[in-house]
Write a protein that binds this ligand. Structure first.
Ligand SMILES: CC(=O)N[C@H]1[C@@H](OP(=O)(O)OP(=O)(O)OC[C@H]2O[C@@H](n3ccc(=O)[nH]c3=O)[C@H](O)[C@@H]2O)O[C@H](CO)[C@@H](O)[C@@H]1O
Ligand SMILES: C=C(OP(=O)(O)O)C(=O)O
Length: 430
């Protein structure tokens, strides 16, 4: 078993560099399927979800070459098949983008239902509604989603999303880029990774307007050709380190960010008494005083991101007074709360609402990451806690955080990776 062992209670000082955005990379890499030629993709984060999506493309016949630590060349000119391997696809959420990309390029796709973090139900009915409106036949059999463009090519149309969905917005965009005619997505999601995917596709010859607003128009083109593109910095990774400083105290310059993308997080930290100074491509975060309570509700962008909900909860656990946290996107994103309670947190959950009574201190405990951001939040709680925290199931965290142990050690955290062959050895750690 591999776990993180953290000796907490040390403030953080120094600088952290932010990597490329997970949720942009895992859409842009499959988008290379639409391109006739080689795409050089820069600022790729080294995380397990990226490795998996690159492996899937290779299985389909793509030529994937590593240029350096953060750059890959992906050439999908000679794709052999449109059936995605089940064991790989089920491990990540982003495998759903293969439906849109394969439909767009070949007019057919066979993709297993996606995996990803467990928040209760994660339907993809809005993706399918879009594909059907664009002339695809979609059915699920034998554990695969089978999709086929009835006219051989997707047809542009109007799609109104019943719910603001990041995945459906990007998947329909992928299916529409090479479609016949114009596709209009109404009630589209506006997250930074949606704009990044549109910018990538436009740089390869697509004709997409309005990404970042709630109406996106995609005029189908006959062909995309290769080029070079650099992925945006990860809003959520940056926000995670901002909240780590808020919880543990200290002063850290978080570099290679787009401060505009962080405003929804900055606003809440300011309310809690954390100082945040925006620079051109960095934010300086400083926490010297006791944290004060606040309320947070997660919403689609530009609201407070649901992918920051567990991390802000870790901070609220240490704020003076009672805070109300409302999850506005997912039905069940509080599975981490029992683990926080082991550390002395006082949290009551009722449906989508968590009421958090701030405590003076958290204390180290043995806990298990239950998903990606919950795991990151446990790291934050461990950094702020007195004593030793051991976090198991860290593969969840490594889905989305490049070098988290190195980055935190670089600002003075006492965190290390410990590999133990069995439970008996675990008890000797710390
Ligand atoms: C790989 C990736 O980018 N994952 C992100 C993506 O997930 P994902 O794309 O799965 O999330 P969505 O934005 O689609 O989901 C938002 C809400 O819409 C609902 N819904 C969604 C699609 C659908 O067809 N029907 C439906 O009812 C979901 O149940 C949820 O309540 O956006 C989420 C919301 O910002 C983030 O938490 C995830 O980190
Ligand atoms: C929920 C997340 O990822 P995924 O949708 O890939 O499970 C996340 O990035 O916080």
């Amino acid at each position: 078993m591999t776990k993180y062992v953290i000796h907490g209670g040390k403030p953080l000082f120094g600088e952290i560099d932010i990597s490329g955005a997970k949720n942009a990379a895992v859409a842009i890499i499959p988008a290379a399927l639409l391109v006739d030629g080689s795409c050089r993709i820069e600022n790729i984060p080294q995380i397990s979800d990226v490795t998996l999506i690159l492996n899937i493309l290779q299985e389909l016949g793509a030529d994937v070459r590593t240029v350096n630590r953060t750059t890959v060349d992906v050439d999908c000119s000679h794709i052999r098949n449109a059936r995605v391997p089940e064991e790989l696809a089920r491990k990540i959420r982003a495998s759903y983008y293969l439906i849109g990309a394969l439909l767009g390029r070949f007019g057919s796709a066979e993709v297993p239902p996606p995996g990803g973090c467990d928040f209760g139900g994660r339907p993809i009915d809005q993706h399918i509604k879009g594909f059907v409106a664009m002339g695809a036949e979609v059915d699920v059999r034998g554990g695969f989603i089978h999709a086929r463009a009835e006219k051989g090519r997707m047809q542009g149309t109007h799609v109104y999303l019943d719910i603001v969905s990041v995945g459906a917005t990007m998947n329909i965009m992928l299916a529409a880029v090479l479609a016949q005619g114009m596709t209009v997505i109404e009630n589209a999601a506006k997250e930074p990774h949606i704009v990044d995917l549109a910018n990538f596709l436009n740089s390869m010859g697509a004709d997409i307007m309005g990404a970042g607003t709630d109406v996106i128009k995609i005029r189908g083109v006959d062909r995309l050709s290769g080029g070079t593109y650099s992925i945006i910095p990860d809003q959520i990774e940056a926000g995670t380190y901002m909240t780590a400083v808020a919880a543990a105290g200290g002063e850290v310059l978080i570099k290679n960010v787009i401060p505009k993308h962080l405003e929804c997080i900055t606003a809440k930290l300011l309310e809690m008494g954390v100082e945040v100074e925006e620079r051109d491509d960095a934010v300086l975060v400083r926490r010297t005083v006791k944290l004060t309570r606040t309320n947070v509700k997660t919403l689609p962008y530009p609201g407070f991101p649901t992918d920051m909900q567990p991390q802000i909860a870790a901070v609220l656990c240490l704020a003076e007074g009672t805070s109300v946290l409302t999850e506005g996107v997912w039905d069940n994103r509080y599975r981490y709360v029992d683990e926080f309670r082991r550390m002395g947190a006082q949290i009551q959950v009722d449906g989508k609402i968590a009421v958090i009574e701030g405590v003076d201190k958290l204390t180290g405990a043995r806990i298990q990451a239950c998903d990606l951001r919950a795991g990151a939040a446990m790291v934050i709680a461990g950094l702020a806690a007195q004593g030793t925290t051991e976090i198991g199931c860290i593969h969840h965290i490594e889905r989305g955080y490049e070098d988290i142990v190195r980055k935190l050690s670089g600002v003075g955290a006492d965190i290390r990776v410990v590999v133990t062959p069995d439970e008996d050895k675990q008890s000797q750690v710390g």
